[in-house]
Design a protein. Sequence first.
Length: 634
Amino acid sequence: MDAVLSAVREMTNAGIEPTESTYVAVMLAARNNPSVGPGRAIDVYDAAVANGFAFSSRTFDLAMECAVRSKRVADALKIKEDMERAGLTTTPRTYAVLLNLLVNTDVGKRRGPKPRLIRTCKLFEEMLANNVAPPPAAFNSLIVAAKRAKQPDLVARSFQEMVNAGVRPSRETYETTLAAVSAGGMADVALEVFGRMRRDGFKPRKSTYNSLLEACASAPQPRAEQAFEIYHAMVADGAIAPNKRTFVLLIDAATRAGKPELAFDAFDAMKKCVTAVTAVTDVTDVTDADDVVGLDVYNRLIHACAARGFDGLRRALELFEEVKTSRSLEPDEYTYGSVLGACAAAGDAATADALVAEMSTRGVGHNRVTRHAYITALGRAGRWEDALDQFATLQSVRGGSGDERRGKSFQSSLSPDGLRDTQGASRESFSLMFDALLGGAGAEAAIASCALEPGGGDAFMRSERAAAARAVFREGVERGVYEDPILGLDTSLDVSVDLVADFLEEGEDGGRSAPPGEKTRASAQPLRVSFMSMTRSESIVATMVLLESFAAPSAGALPSGLFIGAGPGTRGNAQRRMLAVESVLRAASLRCETIEDPRTYVIGVSNADLAEWVKRHVGAFDENRARIDARVNA
């Protein structure tokens, strides 16, 4: 490089102007010299452009190569613009090279897979707008970018566009597409891609079959039987041996599909495979087999046992014992969480107590999963006060990465960071507590049961259990998990204003107005509340909190009408939420009606009915409130 620069200086001193070939020679010298690098060649190119040189296509190609090799995205795009200003057409090869650069290189402050995908898509669209036929490498870059950004739908569309354009996918493109759509649970698309791959003459690899199994396990409706069909086809092939990931995916598919018996079939097949490998390789140390099976496999199987009730708990404890007696495995918090989950499913709080004590002895810390399972087990055994103590302990943990003693501020499990946080209380924690507090079979069963018994509703609404549930909800309001329903005038509730007016008029005409001269504490506005984003258990307790607020001696004027929205007018969760809310109101002996709006499920209560109910129950909920609030906030 020094010799080249020296020669250029001699030329300049002798009055000889550098030509294109001179600059090309310097660029080549920089590119080929590891101590200088292709980035310096771009500096030479910029100097030549500043001097007004008009380059040939070969020089532009060299500059582009140097920009790509030095991962200078801005320079590469500038060189492309220089080529186009010089009247040269950007070739499919150049677009493919640039797309590959954008896929693998960050630019500026916007870093990561998604910004890379956006830049890649923009350049790909420009290529199409310029009527440049995308080569296979261009499609592959787009598919890779979409896969890294976890956009399986875009991967599937890009692959289909590639096929429709008559471009034959490479093995790499097939494998990338298959892996992306499988991780996204797009089982039908994965099978279609697999079939086309076979027709194009590409033999499936172990990773190919595993991707199909992942598609079955990750599908919205997991396909356990189909996963086993794929596994048997893999084994029948004879050339491919299943590995640990194969069996783990089979277990996942069976567990998520609610078919624990198939999960154990996969486990048995896995142990046979391990035995066969051990025999062939003449391995005698049992720890090798344990390492192959792994703690993660045992954790999955124990988790699957929860679907089997009491029999599942027995099997879970047997597997748990295998882990503890293994020379290479040690139960962790996820193992204990899975066994506690089986205890919760069986309603066996005594065994759960023993497991929690054992965790303490072994020095295994709790995470959110173990606390949730223990709370559920206690609730199903009717030990709601113990469950409340566990919830208080969970609330005292402010997040962390494995140690409950580490703290940070509360995060909702719905936040991006909360999704990775396994410590502390989440919104799910509150919902689980409502079920644990209100009854062994959950909040819905408890409220439905008392609504059917004469006078049972009043007793239930005033009980310590109900007071505890309301206290937990108020704690959730303070922590930002829920909005306070009594303060939240929801003008976005999608119910016709005319229907609201008609309901209020019908309430007056139907004899439900207050007696002459009697004050009803009515405000000018109706209270419209939406429970659309709540679970059924949350809706039940939120309704109870509303009623408690109205019955408080310090409550102000009552709304001219109460309207509780449960969600869009389609069958499913919204309808079940509406029934849950209606059960609470009927258990409380508060007259209510369903407003017939085709767009949404809404329950209405007139001011007169609400005032009559408040008159009978004013102050009735204060008896247990102070003691329970102190316990929840301790």
